[in-house]
Design a binder for this molecule. Structure first.
Ligand code: ZN
Length: 191
């Protein structure tokens, strides 16, 4: 039986929402874009574009994952204050240079559309990656110390450490710290 994957959109930036479709990198990786159909579901859930699933090809899924990994490596470099890899930057720039999704009024509703919808959606995502990787804001790219998901800190003070996942990473870390402090402060039990 096929399990339904639920996607989260809590990274604060479109391109990092895509990055987070791969979870727990390094330890026990979780791939949430396993089939072309998953990409179609993600693109729609991300509010980008609705494409009949049969039109999303294996090749389209592969380019989405390639772009995702390039953005991920750049985000990691940004966090560690190192230079971005030139090939990754080229990849992101090339993708952003493709025709992006364009808004279209349908009644009073705004839809995004394009002749090549997957290519255009990736262009829109790459453009977002460029925005957040710009020197002036890239220090707001973070990786949650608990669950390692990446996010873009959009808070005004810009001091967010944890993601805002429902699993409550920030709370979990605080509880652990509190317990450790209590253990240290607890008096020895007498027999
Ligand atoms: Zn987290």
């Amino acid at each position: 039986m096929k399990t339904t994957i639920t996607f989260e959109f809590i990274a604060g930036a479109l391109s990092l929402n895509l990055v987070d479709t791969a979870g727990k990198r390094g330890e026990s990786p979780v791939e949430r874009l396993r089939e072309p159909e998953d990409l179609a579901v993600w693109l729609e859930a991300a509010g980008l574009v609705r494409i009949p699933r049969r039109f999303v090809t294996v090749a389209a899924l592969a380019s989405a994952c390639e772009l995702r990994e390039a953005i991920h490596r750049c985000a990691v470099a940004a966090i560690s204050r190192s230079n971005l890899d030139a090939d990754d930057v080229r990849k992101i720039n090339r993708t952003a240079a493709q025709m992006p999704l364009r808004p279209k009024l349908s009644g009073a509703e705004v839809l995004l559309s394009a002749k090549n919808p997957v290519e255009a959606a990736l262009s829109t995502i790459a453009a977002n990656a460029i925005e957040i990787l710009a020197d002036a804001v890239r220090e707001r790219i973070r990786s949650c110390p608990e669950c390692h998901m990446m996010f873009f800190d959009t808070s005004r003070p810009g001091k967010r450490r944890w993601c805002s996942s429902a699993s409550g990473c920030g709370n979990r870390a605080k509880v652990r710290k509190h317990r450790a402090r209590q253990r240290r402060a607890a008096p020895r039990r007498t027999a």
